[in-house]
Write a protein that binds this ligand. Structure first.
Ligand code: PLP
Length: 386
């Protein structure tokens, strides 16, 4: 670690993709064609009507000033409308919604807002790396809730030891789930709410894939469930719903007191989302929604291709109900990291080792469905020849 680095940075895990990136560059320099199924960034562009709204908004001088910290009133109203039309959930735009510069920013700032140094956050045994990284950067601790094939990849908060939950202030869950692709039923959310209330935890639900679900399945908002407004914050993002990962635009909704606290922390750190981007997101939330169905149909087609290939290869996998990922079992005799390296070196395909997402990822690897059809078919063909 560099001399110019705080000691806490030594606790961050090594960046697993760094080695993969290096090998990829080597292979490409040797003239090999490397296909990446490693990243979770939609391959299709943002819908035109949203881009057009941005083009108009950027010419409005009113948008050239510092934005509102909390999000413009019109943006928060559109967020509330999204909650109402998607889930039938009523939230007050003035006190129960806050704009986020992408969910990633919001999740990282949960820790300074809600968790004291040395206190615990209960996080999923495999999950979005910002959950554990955010805790480390705040000098607080994580307890990995078991998340295994046996428990259906539903993070098992009930097994948390008493002495740990006594020192916990927050718990994070996320369904449809990155990296496993599984969904949770309303009963699971109800148990999580009851547990959070019993132990005075702020319960976070990261709902990044609320619009990316298959076989007609409609994901739940935790805020639909009774009692959720007493103890929950839920994150939504334009990133996966509208192919807007580059725009950095999301929001959080839920408990009034927590929203207020969160606003205090954020107003000390950032100055909100560029107002023109908020205007474009209003168009995303309130304009035509038909592109979502096309996007889901495309991913579902790819998911089915991948599942058929894995079946042929005799590789077991979690059944993807939502998200843009497949979570599959590493063949006997390899660790996750060894298998990811073998796939890269011999098939020239990048997959993500399961351990990049947490301790329960050992023995698994993740494939992204955000890859053009012909490239995906080519990657699967190469993998099945291994
Ligand atoms: C993609 C993703 C997000 C979205 O992050 P943004 O910062 O809004 O782009 C949040 N959580 C999970 C689990 C994700 O996979």
């Amino acid at each position: 670690m560099s001399h110019f680095a705080a000691q806490r940075l030594e606790n961050l895990p090594p960046y697993l993709f760094a080695e993969i990136d290096r090998k990829k560059a080597e292979l490409e320099a040797e003239g090999h064609d490397v296909i990446s199924l490693g990243i979770g960034d939609p391959d299709k562009p943002t819908p035109n009507h949203i881009v057009d709204a941005m083009a108009a908004a950027i010419r409005n001088p009113k948008n050239h000033h510092y934005p509102s910290y909390a999000g413009s009133p019109a943006y928060r109203k559109a967020c509330a409308q999204f909650m109402k039309t998607r889930f039938g959930v009523e939230v007050d735009p003035a006190t129960q919604v806050l704009a986020m510069i992408g969910s990633k920013e919001g999740i990282a700032h949960l820790f300074p807002a809600f968790v004291d140094p040395g206190a615990y956050t209960l996080i999923p045994g495999v999950g979005y790396p910002v959950y554990s990284g955010g805790a480390i950067l705040n000098d607080s601790l994580s307890h990995w809730m078991p998340m295994t094939e046996e428990n259906g990849f539903l993070a098992d908060f009930e097994s948390t030891p008493d002495d740990i939950v006594a020192k916990a202030q927050m718990m994070i869950i996320s369904y449809p789930n990155n990296p496993t692709g599984v969904a949770a039923d309303p009963e699971y959310f109800d148990r999580a709410i009851a547990y959070a209330k019993a132990h005075n935890l702020l319960l976070i639900h990261d709902n990044a894939y609320c619009d990316v679900a298959y076989d007609g399945f409609k994901p739940t908002s935790i805020l639909e469930r009774p009692g959720a407004m007493d103890c929950c914050l839920e994150f939504f993002s334009t990133s996966k719903s509208y192919n807007m990962t580059g725009w950095r635009c999301a929001f959080v909704a839920g408990n009034t007191e927590a929203i207020k606290t969160f606003g205090v922390v954020k107003s000390n750190i950032d100055s909100g989302i560029f107002t023109a981007v908020q205007d474009a997101a209003i168009e995303a939330f309130t304009g035509p929604q038909d592109e979502i169905a096309n996007m889901v149909a495309l991913y579902q087609h790819r998911r089915d291709l991948v599942m058929a290939t894995l079946d042929k290869m005799g590789i077991r996998y979690a059944y993807t109900k939502g998200t843009i990922f497949m979570w599959a079992r590493v063949p006997e005799g390899y660790t996750s990291a060894e298998y990811a390296e073998k796939v890269l070196m011999e098939a020239h395909v990048i997959v993500a080792a399961g351990t990049a997402y947490g301790p329960d990822g050992e023995g698994w690897f993740r494939m992204s469905l955000a890859c053009e059809d012909d490239r995906l078919v080519e990657a699967l063909d190469r993998m099945s020849k291994l």
